[in-house]
Design a binder for this molecule. Structure first.
Ligand code: PEP
Length: 248
């Protein structure tokens, strides 16, 4: 059985004062949780996480990483720098980065490779827009996003990634994929992984993201191929985040 993982994506929210309260609240309530938990925070707050969370069960990470190892790339953050702040995870290919920063499937795959090279676990986000779902293109779109990663990573690297299926129309909208809709896409992703490598198919955690909340988490997380959640809005309140971790 794959262990469950719940990751908070804080997006561009927080302040030192707010973070201190939120992190302390999560850590306080996390004792005894069966699922693993992590927060992916804005880069300037990684040191705060390293100071507050070292030695606790709450892991931390970033929301993006450069495909480059270093050099003249103003504004970018290298994977080795994230590793320097003891990050365990980094989100790559979030739909907001694909939509607002023009990230392509191939760039997202290169970012995943760069993260793995520094010993980080990339959380590779895939998902379709509402128009694509309505045009019955979900499997094609998500399959193509995944294929770009399969093309670049060898079997050993592939087994070390985390995938997050996040239907774009469900992110921050209050609309959630039904458990059956989500499970169908997760099963497709898992068979795509399995076709390439049996180990990756078995080991890779596939998280669901898109308006997961305390009241819908348990049902989503009970699906056989949903191994956890990537949580946006509900990760900004300790009680909500902890309720989802408990549901996992
Ligand atoms: C996200 O941004 O990854 C996300 C899933 O957001 P929300 O939970 O707010 O829909």
């Amino acid at each position: 059985m794959r262990p469950k993982l719940v990751v908070g994506n804080w997006k561009m929210n927080g302040s030192r004062a707010q973070n201190a309260t939120l992190l302390a609240g999560i850590v306080e309530g996390l004792g005894g949780a069966k699922a693993a938990a992590a927060v992916c925070v804005p880069a300037p707050y990684l040191q705060q996480c390293a100071d507050a969370l070292a030695g606790t069960p709450l892991a931390w990470g970033a929301q993006d990483v450069s495909e480059h190892a270093g050099g003249a790339y103003t504004g970018e953050v290298a994977a080795a720098m994230l590793a320097d702040f003891a990050c365990r995870y980094v989100i790559v290919g979030h739909s907001e980065r694909r939509a607002y920063h023009g990230e392509t499937d191939e760039l997202v795959a290169r970012k995943a490779l760069s993260a793995l090279g520094a010993g980080l676990t990339p959380i590779v986000c895939v998902g379709e827009t509402l128009a694509q779902r309505e045009a019955e293109q979900t499997n094609v779109v998500v399959g193509k996003q995944m294929s770009a990663v399969l093309a670049l990573l060898d079997d050993a690297a592939l087994a070390r990634i985390v995938v997050a299926y996040e239907p774009v129309w469900a992110i921050g909208t209050g609309k959630t994929a039904t458990p059956a809709m989500a499970q169908a896409v997760h099963a497709q992703l898992r068979s795509q992984l399995r076709e390439r490598s049996a180990a990756a198919g078995e080991q890779v955690a596939i998280l669901y993201g898109g308006s997961m909340k305390p009241d819908n988490a348990a049902e989503l997380l009970s699906q056989p191929d949903i191994d956890g959640g990537l949580i946006g809005g509900a990760a900004l309140k300790a009680a909500d985040f902890l309720a989802i971790v408990d549901a996992a």
